[in-house]
Write a protein that binds this ligand. Structure first.
Ligand code: 4NP
Length: 155
């Protein structure tokens, strides 16, 4: 079986995409499939470069046994479209931004994280940054379901 290099991308790279990296790694590990994946995350914006994930994101993930504390935010770079097999946007806004900056020969790698099987209206993981802590639990729920669906698609 071949290696899948996956890059999860949101806006700030401190909430949704670090959660997706951590949750997908957890789901793959529980399925005994860790060796099949190389995972990273990035943001389309540069505001939080170098920062760890938002403390609310870390707390919500840790409640499920997932430690995000080693992750640091970075901005997506043109090289990422060559390095990764899939560049997975957490919502339609970031999907559109990624399609704008992707090299012509890499646009098929750019996909929505909530992929086939989700109704178009459900395909955004909502941005929890300006909301309360309960928003992070909802994001964790969506990302867990999306990660299981993605793993099933890929293995
Ligand atoms: P993320 O959330 O894209 O899921 O990391 C956000 C983090 C920060 C900001 C917006 C969204 N911000 O405006 O600083």
């Amino acid at each position: 079986m071949s290696l899948h290099r996956l890059l999860f991308v949101c806006l700030g790279n401190i909430c949704r995409s670090p959660i997706a990296q951590g949750v997908f790694a957890h789901v793959a590990a529980k399925a005994g499939k860790s060796a099949l994946f190389e995972l990273d995350s990035a943001g389309t914006a540069a505001w939080h470069v170098g920062n760890p994930p938002d403390i609310r994101a870390q707390a919500a993930a840790l409640k499920r046994g997932i430690d995000l504390s080693d992750q640091r935010a970075r901005q997506v770079a043109s090289q990422d479209f060559e390095t990764f097999d899939m560049v997975l946007a957490m919502d339609r806004h970031n999907h559109a931004v990624l399609l704008d900056i992707a090299p012509q020969n890499c646009t098929d790698k750019v996909q929505l994280f909530l992929g086939p099987g989700y109704e178009p209206i459900q395909r955004d993981v909502p941005d929890p940054y300006f909301g309360g802590e309960e928003g992070f639990d909802e994001v964790l729920n969506l990302i867990e379901a999306g990660s299981r669906a993605l793993l099933t698609r890929l293995v």
